[in-house]
Design a binder for this molecule. Structure first.
Ligand code: SIN
Length: 286
């Protein structure tokens, strides 16, 4: 197969593309790797339909984009430290779904994830879509005045609302029987990141904030920070800056976590949804 067989069909003008002509279960040629990686940087979220991957093949496919990374707080798949199984059983009515609030993966770490590769193993007949936001376009569509205000500002990120002491585990809607998630005050640490980060490969600037892990601006209270943070979240979530992924069994998505945020919809009670996620190691946002 040559690069000329790789097709790139955009889902929207700014975010998301469907890739054709690539079988991720086999090693990619150099020209395929180049074409796919260029599409990843340009479109931020890539979809590969009809893939059939073992966990080791998921890891090999992920290496086109980065190195596998073991995330904290979620027990990985045995023998595959970079992979977690994201499962909500049909019997888990009204319960939590993993990734169900707007977030950027692991933004509370010193080196948040570069991205992730998500494989749909079993999906509901309808529902369970994932929505992605283009945080580069979100930054670019701000006024010059607000860009200037944000330049040089930092925000405090923490896992306290996702895995820490702010999770009310007495409420069954916040728990899952299908995944081993380690919730507790050990997840309450804080990390400072720039509000606007520069992509290490493209030089593009993106908003690097998200509603679950970004707690407040540096040197400001939560109350002082919330109005502007809420404005920025609402601005970013405008439909024209998003794409929506409808999963089918065998769909594999790869996203660039440095220029996106996402949310998995929890609208499929009574059906099983099983995904496999390989997380990719990232660098420190600058
Ligand atoms: C995630 O946030 O990694 C989960 C996304 C999904 O299950 O669609």
């Amino acid at each position: 197969m040559t690069a000329s067989t790789v097709t790139v069909t955009p889902l929207t003008p700014s975010i998301g593309a469907e890739i054709g002509g690539v079988d991720l279960s086999k090693p990619l040629t150099n020209s395929q790797r180049e074409a796919v990686h260029a599409a990843f940087l340009a479109h931020k979220v890539l979809l590969f339909r009809g893939q059939d991957l073992r966990p080791d093949q998921l890891e090999s496919a992920g290496r086109v984009f980065g190195e596998p990374y073991e995330i904290p707080f979620v027990t990985p798949m045995e023998g595959h430290p970079g992979i977690i199984e994201i499962v909500k059983e049909a019997s888990e009515i009204g319960s939590f779904n993993f990734g169900g609030t707007w977030h950027t993966d692991m933004s509370f770490l010193e080196t948040p994830a570069l991205g992730a590769v998500l494989q749909a193993v079993e999906v509901p007949p309808v529902g369970g879509d994932t929505i992605f936001v283009d945080m580069t376009s979100a930054y670019e569509t701000l006024s010059d005045g607000l860009k200037e205000t944000l330049s040089g500002l930092k925000a405090v990120h923490s896992a306290t609302r996702g895995y820490g002491s702010q999770v009310d585990t007495s409420d069954p809607r916040n728990t899952t029987a299908s995944m081993k998630i380690d919730v507790g005050s050990h997840a309450d640490g804080e990390m400072l990141h720039p509000i606007v980060r520069t992509h290490p490969d493209t030089g593009a600037k993106s908003l690097f904030i998200n509603p679950v892990y970004t707690i407040r601006f540096e040197n400001m209270t939560i109350e002082e920070s919330q109005p502007l943070l809420n404005y920025l979240f609402d601005h970013a979530r405008r439909p024209e800056l998003t794409c929506r992924v409808r999963w089918t069994t065998g769909t594999v998505a790869v996203w660039d976590n440095r220029q996106t945020m996402h949310k998995a919809l929890n609208d499929y009670d009574g059906h099983r949804r099983h995904m496999r996620r390989l997380t990719l190691a990232g660098d420190r946002p600058r």
